[in-house]
Design a protein around this ligand. Sequence first.
Ligand SMILES: [Zn+2]
Length: 75
Amino acid sequence: MTTAFARTTTFVAARSRAHGPTAALWHAVEVHRHPSEVDGACELTLCGSLARISVEQAWPVADRDVCVSCVVLAG
Ligand SMILES: [Zn+2]
């Protein structure tokens, strides 16, 4: 039984693409499915942009190029 992900809100990290002057950033995506089902999918991030989910990267991301809005929204 792998019900741990179904009971709690899970955030996964997603990488946006560089857009104009904005560098590529790590965002948080709230998932309600098992992370293995959303790996590589483009999803709406907490801050409202689109990013590609990378389940190999855990959230919160211990990196410098992280979206500040997503950090705040993920609480
Ligand atoms: Zn974000």
